[in-house]
Design a binder for this molecule. Sequence first.
Ligand code: PHE
Length: 461
Amino acid sequence: MNNLLKTLNKASSHLTILNKKYPTSGKTNVTPNIINHVGLNLHNNKNSPIYTIRELIENSFDSASYRKFDKYNTFEPVVTVKKNFDDLGFPADHVGRSKSDTYYVNNTHLLRTHTSAHEVECFEALSNCNDHQDPTKSSLVNGHGYLISADVYRRDEIDKTHYPVFHQMEGTKTWTRMNPETQKVMLEEIETMDGLMKKNFPSLTVEDKDYVRDDDKHENSKQEYMTKEETSLVVKHMKKSLELAVATLLKHRYDHDALKDKSFKNPEIKMRWIEAYFPWTKPSFELEIYYNNEWLEVLGCGVTRNSVFKNAGMESENQIGWAFGIGLDRLAMLLYNIKDIRLLWSKDKRFTSQFEGRTGEIFEFKPFSTYAITTRDVSFYKTKEMNPNDVMEIVRDEANTWCYSCELIDEFHNKKVDKTSNTYRISYQNLERNITNEEINAINDKVVDRLVAEFEIEPRL
Ligand code: PHE
């Protein structure tokens, strides 16, 4: 009965998110647990480490720019499929569009999967702004930049570095082409950034092949409408801006350590650039940093594709620019040494008291006692197609932050019965207190009941 009710509830005809009502459809897969996260906006909460990471990156961008960046930190998370995917040139069959990866509100609306969903509307605003049309006004020459921070949503695996809601910052800067003044300003800004790097981060090394492909057929070449020189200049400006932003965060952490310990020496900072692919930038890159003995990917970026300017109604061949997207949660975890992503959402005093009144500081987080992790294996035969993310979502919905991880640990085909068996290992842990076996069993039973009701699995004992 319980399951039947759940299924019926799921089929209700409307959903409300941030006081707006949306009709549901067969595509709807947002859950109440996810909707409860909408509006929490950790990036705007002064007592969250994510706020500090955001603010420090914003300041770094402004520190080397003639014209300050416009900041948008309150865009709502429900956007159209058009904004999140179509306008950015995602192919129709891109996995990102699938129901197993994305939370759909209905056929036309979803919870944004990245902040790039707002690029086109920012360019639209830019093309309508008189300031930009008037050659005597600064944005024509000095470039016009946006920094957009927001909560983003992805159906993903469950482990200590993945949470279905996280935060990203998008940044773009755009210039009008063919203006000798523009080039001068770009070069001057690059020089300013070089100066700041040399002064503040003398030990920084950056591995970069530092070339722009001009074979227009290559996936990561320059775009046809731009010259190689222009592309190189935009890429250089973008890379320097991003190196400076990431180095600024690391410096904040190291300066804090040095204050506490006079013998502290800045560890060697290393970064490297890798070629990448995004449907809305060309060429595209990723930045990795070497931290605690491993290389970690921190951001994606590239030269804005002409098609994106066109979709925003701009004189597309007159524009050049770059765009990047950076995840704020993992950077916060790295820099404060927070080992479990669920802690970022914790209301436990032992977590929150460490951050209250310390906006702008980066320091070592002091872990508090952790509670036992209890594991349950769930084995069953599949009777219809299902994606591991579907199982994760049910676990997430029933266990919320009590789930530490969920993993498909075994899959085999039983020839005799001609059925495929799956075993998922679900680990439960409450960050704030011990949980009893009865509590865990109750949650785990609900997970199994829902797998039976929604995917007709046959449990194996
Ligand atoms: N939106 C991309 C992501 O989420 C990052 C990105 C932003 C890449 C802007 C290029 C330009 O991975």
